[in-house]
Design a protein around this ligand. Structure first.
Ligand SMILES: Nc1ncnc2c1ncn2[C@@H]1O[C@H](COP(=O)(O)OP(=O)(O)O)[C@@H](O)[C@H]1O
Ligand SMILES: [Mg+2]
Length: 361
């Protein structure tokens, strides 16, 4: 949908903002540009809608060289959201959202209907429609910015640190809602951030840039974390790269082990046998329907399992949870393993640290 082919931006004073950038943004995907301050993220993004003119190479949008399309025509197909939102302070929220529809000549009824729909879409209550920007919270203003950019349903969205100005809790909420919204609208999105965790969370693909707009690596988050191209990328991803990667891998990727399982009717001798074969000193207890009852240490077991004082696993995981959640479950249980349950709560097996580290290696 958007292609950079050896694109360069050299400013009048000689500063090279972007250097020989080649990158494809596929239709319907979120591509995140990430890198330290001044590495050329904003410059790269602004060349797409010609707020900045490239000085070399070719940049196409939907097959058309941007230099051959008039900026207004180009921008009609490209929504633009920035961190400081840039709302008009003396216009109401509804009027702000209606900016582009009015510009392109929609009639009043259609515009009013669209504003109402968009406010609902981005999670703004009707009651704020007639307020002014300063009467809203930072998070609400950011939603207005997104609604305004979506107004005429452009196929492309450019978002420059859109959640940079709000506190971490609101930010996480906006990220969640963005992902939900994107799963419905499937826009082609270029998203700029300097926060690698946000990039990993939001991006279908991530472009890591260094000073001078140099592309260091372009990959999906999992591959980036698994196999950084160089020292710069590895440093930028941070020391907890392994943990970040675990957060992206679902539990379903590893096959759970059956585990040392016994039933309530079993006795201590059998439990000891099962535990020994697994190299544990505890057993998992499930009933005939394979519902999880808990676990028990051999040291606390003398007669039948049914009479034992069972301990509970504080946390368990399902197939759609991440391996990071599984690891968290492991470190909070004295057994050192995570139990995996089906959606209906039936016992499916255990996940061990060995399984997880094998997967990550
Ligand atoms: N109009 C300009 N004239 C000269 N240099 C500029 C101009 N705009 C940006 N730059 C420089 O280009 C580089 C990239 O800037 P920018 O794209 O804003 O970085 P980022 O968004 O990654 O923080 C920086 O060194 C910045 O100082
Ligand atoms: Mg910037």
């Amino acid at each position: 949908m958007i292609t950079f082919d050896h694109v360069t931006k050299r400013f009048d004073d000689g500063t090279v903002g972007v250097d020989d950038l080649t990158l494809d943004v596929p239709e319907g995907e979120v591509v995140v540009l990430v890198g330290p301050s001044g590495c050329g993220k904003t410059t790269t993004m602004r060349m797409v809608n010609r707020m900045i003119q490239p000085t070399g190479g070719t940049l196409t949008v939907d097959g058309q060289d941007v230099m051959t399309v008039s900026p207004p025509q180009l921008r009609r197909r490209i929504g633009y959201v920035i961190q400081q939102v840039g709302l008009f302070p003396h216009r109401t929220i509804a009027d702000n959202i209606a900016t582009v529809p009015e510009l392109v000549g929609w009639d009043k009824a259609r515009t009013r209907e669209r504003v109402k729909t968009l406010m609902a879409t981005v999670g703004l209550p009707d009651s704020v429609a007639n307020r002014y920007p300063h009467q809203l919270s930072g998070g609400q203003r950011q939603r207005v910015g997104v609604a305004r950019a979506l107004a005429v349903d452009p196929p492309i969205m450019l978002m420059d640190e859109p959640f940079g100005a709000v506190d971490p809790i609101v930010r996480a909420l906006l990220q969640d809602e963005f992902l939900r919204l994107q799963s419905e609208v499937r826009k082609t999105i270029v998203f700029v951030t300097h926060d690698i965790d946000e990039a990993i969370r939001m991006g279908d693909r991530i472009a890591i840039l260094s000073q001078g707009g140099k592309l260091e690596q372009y990959d999906d988050p999992e591959r980036l974390l698994a196999d950084p191209a160089n020292e710069f990328v590895a440093d930028f991803l941070g020391a907890e790269r392994g943990l970040k990667r675990l957060a992206l891998i679902p539990v379903s990727e590893v096959s759970a082990e059956p585990g040392p399982v016994v039933f309530p009717d079993d006795d201590r001798a059998h439990a000891a046998e099962v535990a020994r074969s697994y190299g544990t000193d505890w057993v998992v207890v499930v009933d005939e329907q394979r519902r999880l009852r808990g676990w028990v240490s051999l040291h606390e077991l003398d007669g039948r399992i049914a009479d034992a004082n069972l301990r509970q696993f504080a946390l368990s995981v399902e197939s759609t949870d991440s391996l990071r959640a599984a690891l968290n479950a492991m470190v909070t249980s004295r057994t050192g393993v995570a139990v995996r349950l089906s959606e209906g709560g039936l016992y499916e097996g255990i996940i061990t640290q060995e399984l997880v580290s094998k997967e990550i290696r």
